[in-house]
Design a protein around this ligand. Structure first.
Ligand code: ARG
Length: 246
């Protein structure tokens, strides 16, 4: 069998075959991560990832099916076959790459810091936070948590299930700083002017990719060629501008 590795997942055969047979592209994400995936007031999922996912489904000729999943369980959800791919602003890193395959990066971001305004001027980079007198808020299972443990290890850390709760800790002064993906922090700071200060210089290098189960090169090949096409023909820029330049 050429599909070594697929047997470890719940997907019966090649991912693309399952998509075609079911007539659905099921996409895992974790809503609340601005501007990539949010739940709108009327309950619809919107954002950069959602628009790209819908476009993939349209090009495959199948229905786009959103699978909103808690971040902490998103890789297990993929690996048990509940979705065909993760499109959720996932940072490509070695640890995760041991469990899933990644497409080429569709955007590169980094960690930045949202600061409680009382620390404005006193803390000017992540290095200043590396002190036991400070408390950092981060989101469970994210590269924000990993970067905090690795680079700001002297600070206290409170880990939250959602980025909204983690950011709120900083806004209400229970934590000194949020360490999280720069695009989220930029939007949160714009929406909460006066309540947080954004140190917007990213201090990690994080390519974000689409994750699929290991052992299936066909789905990866589709994703990488999809990405090259939308980047080349202007579609990517149009969707990017819609979510990142407003
Ligand atoms: N890029 C970060 C990571 O990979 C955070 C992504 C969070 N995404 C989300 N949909 N909530 O850990």
């Amino acid at each position: 069998c050429a599909l070594v590795g697929v047997s470890t997942t719940a997907m019966a055969g090649p991912i693309l075959d399952d998509i075609v047979e079911s007539g659905e592209l099921r996409v895992c994400f974790d809503a609340g991560y601005m501007p990539f995936e949010m739940k709108s007031k009327n309950g619809a999922y919107i954002g950069f990832d959602i628009d790209l996912g819908k476009l993939m489904a349209r090009q495959m000729g199948v229905k786009y099916v959103p699978v909103n999943t808690a971040w902490d369980g998103i890789i297990p959800t993929l690996l048990t076959g509940k979705c065909h791919m993760i499109n959720a602003g996932m940072t490509i890193n070695a640890q995760r790459n041991m469990r899933v395959n990644f497409s080429d990066p569709y955007i590169v971001i980094g960690q930045s810091i949202l600061l409680n305004p009382k620390l404005k001027g006193e803390v000017t980079s992540y290095r200043d936070l590396n002190n036991s007198k400070y408390t950092i808020a981060t989101k469970l299972g994210t590269t924000g948590e990993q970067a905090s443990k690795r680079m700001i290890s002297s600070a206290k850390m409170n880990v939250f299930e959602t980025q909204a709760d983690a950011a709120l800790e900083v806004a209400n002064g229970k934590a000194d700083a949020l360490v999280y993906d720069m695009p989220f922090n930029a939007i949160y700071a714009a929406q909460n002017a006066g309540k947080v200060v954004h140190l917007e210089q990213p201090f990690t290098y994080e390519p974000l990719g689409w994750a699929v189960a290991q052992g299936d090169m066909d789905m990866l090949n589709f994703l990488n060629n999809f990405l090259r096409q939308v980047k080349g023909d202007g579609t990517y820029d149009r969707i990017y501008d819609k979510w990142f330049k407003s």
